[in-house]
Ligand binder design. Structure first.
Ligand code: HEC
Length: 113
Protein backbone atom coordinates (compact mmCIF):
# COMPACT_ATOMS: atom_id res chain seq x y z
CA UNK A 1 0.00 0.00 0.00
CA UNK A 2 2.80 2.42 0.91
CA UNK A 3 4.50 1.57 -2.36
CA UNK A 4 1.38 2.50 -4.30
CA UNK A 5 1.10 5.75 -2.39
CA UNK A 6 4.75 6.53 -3.10
CA UNK A 7 4.28 5.80 -6.80
CA UNK A 8 1.26 8.04 -6.98
CA UNK A 9 3.18 10.76 -5.19
CA UNK A 10 6.07 10.71 -7.66
CA UNK A 11 3.69 10.48 -10.58
CA UNK A 12 1.87 13.62 -9.48
CA UNK A 13 5.17 15.43 -8.86
CA UNK A 14 6.10 14.62 -12.47
CA UNK A 15 2.77 15.86 -13.71
CA UNK A 16 3.09 19.09 -11.78
CA UNK A 17 6.64 19.90 -12.84
CA UNK A 18 6.39 18.29 -16.26
CA UNK A 19 10.05 17.34 -16.31
CA UNK A 20 11.30 14.06 -17.69
CA UNK A 21 8.94 11.16 -17.07
CA UNK A 22 8.37 10.64 -20.77
CA UNK A 23 7.57 14.25 -21.70
CA UNK A 24 10.28 15.41 -24.04
CA UNK A 25 11.84 18.84 -23.89
CA UNK A 26 11.90 20.22 -27.42
CA UNK A 27 14.35 22.73 -28.88
CA UNK A 28 11.46 25.20 -28.99
CA UNK A 29 10.73 24.69 -25.27
CA UNK A 30 14.37 25.25 -24.37
CA UNK A 31 15.00 28.22 -26.64
CA UNK A 32 11.82 30.02 -25.62
CA UNK A 33 13.46 30.34 -22.19
CA UNK A 34 16.88 31.20 -23.62
CA UNK A 35 16.31 34.66 -25.01
CA UNK A 36 14.69 33.50 -28.26
CA UNK A 37 11.06 33.67 -27.16
CA UNK A 38 10.05 36.06 -29.99
CA UNK A 39 11.64 33.85 -32.64
CA UNK A 40 10.14 30.70 -31.16
CA UNK A 41 6.69 32.27 -31.11
CA UNK A 42 7.00 33.34 -34.77
CA UNK A 43 8.20 29.86 -35.65
CA UNK A 44 5.32 28.16 -33.84
CA UNK A 45 2.80 30.31 -35.70
CA UNK A 46 4.33 30.15 -39.17
CA UNK A 47 6.82 27.33 -39.57
CA UNK A 48 6.31 24.52 -37.08
CA UNK A 49 3.68 22.75 -39.18
CA UNK A 50 6.32 21.95 -41.81
CA UNK A 51 9.60 22.02 -39.88
CA UNK A 52 8.45 20.36 -36.63
CA UNK A 53 8.30 21.37 -32.96
CA UNK A 54 11.85 20.08 -32.50
CA UNK A 55 13.12 21.51 -35.82
CA UNK A 56 13.22 17.88 -36.94
CA UNK A 57 11.50 18.55 -40.26
CA UNK A 58 8.41 17.05 -41.86
CA UNK A 59 7.15 18.54 -45.10
CA UNK A 60 10.23 20.80 -44.96
CA UNK A 61 13.77 19.71 -44.12
CA UNK A 62 15.21 19.51 -40.60
CA UNK A 63 16.54 22.87 -39.37
CA UNK A 64 18.41 21.45 -36.37
CA UNK A 65 21.81 22.31 -37.95
CA UNK A 66 20.74 24.84 -40.55
CA UNK A 67 23.29 27.35 -39.16
CA UNK A 68 26.11 25.07 -40.34
CA UNK A 69 24.88 24.77 -43.91
CA UNK A 70 23.41 28.23 -44.54
CA UNK A 71 24.59 31.74 -43.65
CA UNK A 72 22.36 34.28 -41.93
CA UNK A 73 21.78 35.97 -45.31
CA UNK A 74 20.83 32.69 -46.97
CA UNK A 75 18.36 31.85 -44.20
CA UNK A 76 16.81 35.31 -44.47
CA UNK A 77 16.57 34.87 -48.22
CA UNK A 78 14.88 31.48 -47.86
CA UNK A 79 12.26 32.89 -45.47
CA UNK A 80 11.77 35.93 -47.70
CA UNK A 81 11.14 34.14 -50.97
CA UNK A 82 10.42 30.54 -49.92
CA UNK A 83 10.93 27.66 -52.33
CA UNK A 84 8.94 24.62 -53.42
CA UNK A 85 5.96 24.24 -51.09
CA UNK A 86 7.38 26.84 -48.68
CA UNK A 87 5.70 30.23 -49.05
CA UNK A 88 7.72 33.44 -49.31
CA UNK A 89 7.06 35.35 -46.10
CA UNK A 90 8.74 38.62 -47.06
CA UNK A 91 7.16 42.01 -47.77
CA UNK A 92 7.79 41.56 -51.51
CA UNK A 93 6.17 38.10 -51.51
CA UNK A 94 3.17 37.17 -49.36
CA UNK A 95 3.96 39.85 -46.76
CA UNK A 96 3.19 37.46 -43.92
CA UNK A 97 6.16 38.69 -41.89
CA UNK A 98 8.05 41.98 -41.65
CA UNK A 99 11.76 42.25 -42.47
CA UNK A 100 12.41 42.60 -38.74
CA UNK A 101 10.48 39.42 -37.90
CA UNK A 102 12.35 37.51 -40.61
CA UNK A 103 15.62 38.79 -39.19
CA UNK A 104 14.60 37.66 -35.67
CA UNK A 105 13.84 34.16 -36.99
CA UNK A 106 17.02 33.98 -39.08
CA UNK A 107 19.31 35.06 -36.23
CA UNK A 108 17.87 32.30 -34.06
CA UNK A 109 18.04 29.64 -36.79
CA UNK A 110 21.60 30.54 -37.73
CA UNK A 111 22.57 29.73 -34.12
CA UNK A 112 21.55 26.12 -34.83
CA UNK A 113 24.95 24.68 -35.71
C1 HEC B 1 4.34 24.58 -46.22
C2 HEC B 1 5.51 24.05 -45.53
C3 HEC B 1 6.55 25.01 -45.04
C4 HEC B 1 6.38 26.08 -44.19
C5 HEC B 1 5.11 26.58 -43.56
C6 HEC B 1 7.71 26.61 -43.97
N1 HEC B 1 8.64 25.89 -44.65
FE1 HEC B 1 10.64 26.23 -44.66
N2 HEC B 1 10.87 24.80 -46.06
C7 HEC B 1 9.88 24.01 -46.58
C8 HEC B 1 10.41 23.21 -47.66
C9 HEC B 1 9.65 22.18 -48.48
C10 HEC B 1 11.77 23.57 -47.79
C11 HEC B 1 12.77 23.09 -48.85
C12 HEC B 1 12.59 24.07 -49.99
C13 HEC B 1 13.51 23.87 -51.13
O1 HEC B 1 14.24 22.90 -51.16
O2 HEC B 1 13.51 24.76 -52.02
C14 HEC B 1 12.03 24.56 -46.75
C15 HEC B 1 13.28 25.12 -46.53
C16 HEC B 1 13.57 25.99 -45.49
C17 HEC B 1 14.89 26.47 -45.15
C18 HEC B 1 16.18 26.08 -45.86
C19 HEC B 1 16.67 24.78 -45.26
C20 HEC B 1 17.84 24.20 -45.98
O3 HEC B 1 18.55 23.39 -45.35
O4 HEC B 1 18.05 24.51 -47.16
C21 HEC B 1 14.76 27.30 -44.09
C22 HEC B 1 15.86 28.04 -43.34
C23 HEC B 1 13.34 27.35 -43.77
N3 HEC B 1 12.66 26.55 -44.63
C24 HEC B 1 12.82 28.09 -42.75
C25 HEC B 1 11.45 28.27 -42.57
C26 HEC B 1 10.88 29.23 -41.66
C27 HEC B 1 11.69 30.12 -40.71
C28 HEC B 1 9.53 29.16 -41.80
C29 HEC B 1 8.49 30.01 -41.14
C30 HEC B 1 8.61 31.44 -41.32
C31 HEC B 1 9.25 28.11 -42.77
N4 HEC B 1 10.43 27.61 -43.23
C32 HEC B 1 7.96 27.70 -43.15
C33 HEC B 1 8.56 23.97 -46.15
C34 HEC B 1 7.98 24.92 -45.33
Amino acid sequence: MRRVALCLFFFSVCLVFNTGCGTRQTILDTDSHNGFSDAVQLFQTNCESCHGDNLQGGIGPSLQHVGSSLTLDQIEHQINVGGGPMPGYGPTNQAILTTQQIHTLAVWLSSKK
